[in-house]
Design a protein around this ligand. Structure first.
Ligand code: PMP
Ligand code: GLN
Length: 387
């Protein structure tokens, strides 16, 4: 038999799937894959349910229903002062995962270079490689994940088509500040490059920090495709509704990819997300406040259990160094060990790197009920002899 595509067949099953299955097998508390254990806002789900009942339930327009595209444009104006033409500059996708694939396949030509920061989300590299581009990886180093400006400048070249920027960043929980974004914008302008901005955690930023979309910086409006996800903004990760905001020149080829990849996204969910994006400021502030309190609660629990906890400025995730516990093994061993022996699951941070990687960090998702977080922390403390 002829071989299947060699790029994709070289990858295994994602770490999220593997660890979630292991968690189910062992009945452990799953703080691996990042999904909340509540049901999202009632009012948003009610709109979805009503629209399943009443319809429409047939193919919506390829770009997304007007109501949601208008809501995305209004959201851009409300939170970031971005003026967006909903007819030409917004595309609804089946989750941010599809948005990323549509952006990368739509913009990349074989032989192009793409600059990315490591550690990185797992879907980026397979798609970039399948599109025929050459990734240029720039590493951020824990514990502060600061921008290595020289290495970043060296990664750009005349062949750089785009940079893929994830802020707030999974798994590092770093939020890029304006000064860092200005540096990136300068490189993009100098090298005539675009940015695909994965901003799915835009509303999960803590300690009063602002989330600054790269797209809002001078000269960047025409160079950025900005991606959001209802999964994160409404704690409904299974819905897979995403949205891209981009200038027409970029959105046109991206939409061409989308129309052949999935064509569209369930209309009832789109309608509910349109409603959600119109919720008052209190909803969005409350979401960040609740998650921030959970971060404090669980990071405190991890520290008491003996972990070296790294600062977390946003997202669902906290990264912890397990060396102080005296565990003998790498991060993959550690995450399996705590799943089977302590009843708590995390994901190994080395899964977010290519090649050599730090092997002493585990990533824990804290988007869970307080009792669940407390129980997980006390199981870890008990297991490692701290209580
Ligand atoms: N980007 C990042 C950084 C993520 O963590 C995730 C996973 N939640 C996604 C994209 C995918 O989002 P979605 O579930 O909307 O496809
Ligand atoms: N974004 C989620 C995480 O980082 C996982 C999404 C997935 O399972 N593909 O945990």
């Amino acid at each position: 038999m002829k071989p299947a595509n060699s790029v994709l067949s070289g990858y295994g099953t994602t770490v999220f799937e593997v660890m979630s299955q292991l968690a189910v097998e062992h009945g452990s508390i799953n703080l691996g894959q990042g999904f909340p254990d509540d049901n999202g806002p009632d009012a948003v789900r009610r709109v979805a349910a009503e629209t399943v009942e009443s319809g429409p339930n047939q193919y919506p327009p390829m770009m997304g229903i007007p109501e949601l595209r208008q809501a995305v444009a209004a959201h851009n104006r409300r939170f970031y002062g971005l003026e967006v033409d909903w007819r030409q500059e917004v595309l609804v996708t089946s989750g941010a995962t599809e948005a990323l694939a549509a952006c990368l396949f739509g913009l990349i030509e074989p032989g192009d270079e793409v600059v990315l920061f490591e550690p990185l989300y797992d879907s980026y590299l397979p798609i970039i490689r399948r599109a025929g581009a050459v990734p240029r990886l720039v590493r951020l180093a824990p514990p502060d994940w600061s921008l290595p400006r020289d290495a970043l400048a060296a990664a750009f070249s005349p062949r750089t088509k785009l940079i893929l920027l994830n802020s707030p960043m999974n798994p590092a929980a770093k939020v890029f500040d304006r000064d860092e974004l200005e540096f990136i914008a300068g490189l993009m302008a100098r090298h005539d490059a675009y940015a695909v901005c994965d901003e799915v955690y835009e509303h999960l930023v803590f300690d009063g920090r602002p989330h600054v979309p790269l797209m809002t910086l001078p000269g960047m409006r025409e160079r950025c495709a900005r991606i959001g996800s209802a999964g994160k903004t409404f704690s409904l990760t299974g819905w897979k509704v995403g949205y891209i905001t981009a200038p027409l020149a970029l959105l046109q080829p991206i939409a061409k990819c989308h129309q052949y990849l999935v064509f569209t996204t369930p209309p009832n969910l789109q309608r509910a997300v349109a409603f959600g994006l119109g919720l008052d400021d209190g909803y969005f502030a409350g979401l960040a406040r609740d998650l921030e309190a959970k971060r404090d609660r669980f990071a405190g629990g991890l520290a008491e259990a003996g972990f070296g906890v790294i600062d977390c400025a946003g997202t669902y995730f906290v990264t912890a160094d397990f060396r102080p516990l005296g565990f003998n093994g790498d991060d993959v061993d550690f995450c399996r060990h705590i799943t089977t022996e302590a009843g708590v699951t995390a994901v190994p941070v080395s899964a977010f790197y290519e090649g050599e990687a730090p092997r002493h960090f585990a990533r824990f998702a804290f988007c869970k009920q307080d009792e669940v977080l407390d129980e997980a922390a006390s199981r870890l403390a008990r297991h490692f002899g701290r209580s």
